[in-house]
Design a protein around this ligand. Structure first.
Ligand SMILES: *[C@@H]1O[C@H](CO)[C@@H](O)[C@H](O)[C@H]1NC(C)=O
Ligand SMILES: *[C@@H]1O[C@H](CO)[C@@H](O)[C@H](O)[C@H]1NC(C)=O
Ligand SMILES: *[C@@H]1O[C@H](CO)[C@@H](O)[C@H](O)[C@H]1NC(C)=O
Ligand SMILES: *[C@@H]1O[C@H](CO)[C@@H](O)[C@H](O)[C@H]1NC(C)=O
Ligand SMILES: *[C@@H]1O[C@H](CO)[C@@H](O)[C@H](O)[C@H]1NC(C)=O
Ligand SMILES: *[C@@H]1O[C@H](CO)[C@@H](O)[C@H](O)[C@H]1NC(C)=O
Ligand SMILES: *[C@@H]1O[C@H](CO)[C@@H](O)[C@H](O)[C@H]1NC(C)=O
Ligand SMILES: [Zn+2]
Length: 296
């Protein structure tokens, strides 16, 4: 996650001269002075830690775990929860209304779903997912950020807890064939990009698309689990990662819109491309066991 994260957390600066109130560390993806090679130095407390994300998931080393049951998703089918979409200068972030939650899946309690944001490369042919699986990098990755419900949206408390956040990570792959504008939910979502070309631009999202619509086709019972971190400074080691095995399939024309529409600052600044952190050292990974809890 360009974890321009959770509400109060971070995404702050693309360039070193810019800060944001809740996150004092100035970081960026591409300038020599503040790119991800420097994060362990400019944000040593966590970015130089021992459970950093993203990682390359080695599928043959992943251990099935029967406690990784199906999740329960609340309001993922609600077509009014996507409230606004913003160019943060480091990602495109969609903020949710209240009442969206994820529980189950071996999580210790319910987590409130706050936002999703995306990571990408440079069009569908230059991949930009954060996690990789057996070395494969996908065109894009979507991160749904969730915070322990008992913290009531206080992300300061969540990032201080080694399991305070749960992130649902979804790969996005190019749909095969020559279809354009598919799926319809992604056509609707990407139609807003032209209104948020510049940093800090934000517009409301009309009701009509749900999270389930955007996650269309993914088996939500099949996922990898490991304990890691935010993928941008301060890289807090507070994340229960859930990386879904099956990708969301989106047509090439829609994937390409991200790297051809969104600027890192304004129309005279570069387009936003390659917004992902490099791979960090391995962590132990488990996976949903693939046995349905019911036989019926
Ligand atoms: C990062 O951690 C390593 C090992 O703990 C240490 O050798 C190195 O000096 C640290 N780097 C920074 C910038 O703090
Ligand atoms: C759908 O989400 C909206 C916005 O979060 C909320 O106000 C509404 O109560 C939800 N609908 C249902 C049926 O829960
Ligand atoms: C992204 O791709 C476009 C089109 O192929 C190319 O012109 C541009 O230089 C690329 N940008 C980067 C940062 O590689
Ligand atoms: C969040 O929790 C911290 C630590 O308990 C507290 O200091 C802070 O005031 C809380 N923030 C809000 C907005 O409630
Ligand atoms: C970003 O653009 C805004 C207005 O478009 C400008 O005021 C600001 O100086 C730019 N930021 C940087 C770091 O250049
Ligand atoms: C646009 O941003 C660039 C740097 O990103 C800055 O130098 C320039 O002044 C900004 N343009 C306007 C019109 O603010
Ligand atoms: C989803 O995956 C689970 C676990 O592998 C499997 O039992 C279930 O049949 C799958 N569901 C669909 C719709 O394919
Ligand atoms: Zn992210």
């Amino acid at each position: 996650m360009n974890f321009l994260v959770a509400a109060a957390l971070a995404v702050c600066a693309y360039v070193s001269s810019v800060h944001c109130a809740s996150e004092p560390i100035a970081w960026c993806y591409h300038l020599p002075s503040c790119n991800d090679n420097t994060w362990p130095t400019i944000s040593p407390q966590y970015c130089n830690g021992t459970r950093q994300s993203p990682i390359n998931i080695v599928s043959s080393n992943s251990k099935p775990d029967a406690s990784l049951t199906a999740f329960t998703f609340k309001n993922f089918d609600n077509t009014s929860v996507l409230k606004s979409i913003k160019n943060t200068g480091g990602t495109v972030k969609v903020t949710f209304g209240s009442g969206v939650q994820v529980s189950g899946g071996g999580l210790s309690e319910a987590y409130d779903s706050l936002q999703f944001h995306l990571h990408w490369g440079n069009g569908s042919s230059v991949p930009g997912s954060e996690h990789t699986v057996d070395g494969k990098r996908y065109p894009m990755e979507l991160h749904i950020v969730n915070s322990k419900a008992s913290y009531n949206g206080n992300t300061t408390q969540a990032v201080a807890d080694s399991k305070g956040l749960a992130v649902l990570g979804f790969f996005i792959e190019e749909m095969s064939g020559t279809a354009t504008g598919q799926p319809a939910s992604w056509k609707t979502l990407t139609s807003y990009l032209t209104n948020i070309k510049n940093k800090d631009d934000s517009v409301s999202i009309a009701s009509g698309i749900s999270l389930d619509d955007l996650l269309d086709g993914v088996n939500l019972s099949r996922y990898y689990r490991y304990l890691g971190s935010l993928t941008s400074p301060a890289c807090n080691e507070a994340v229960v990662w859930n990386v879904f095995k099956e990708p969301i399939k989106v047509s090439k024309d829609l994937i390409d819109l991200f790297s051809t529409t969104i600027h890192i600052n304004n129309s005279s600044s570069p387009l936003m491309t390659n917004v992902f952190r490099k791979i960090q050292p391995d962590q132990p990974v488990t996976e949903s066991a693939g046995i349905s809890s019911r036989e019926d």
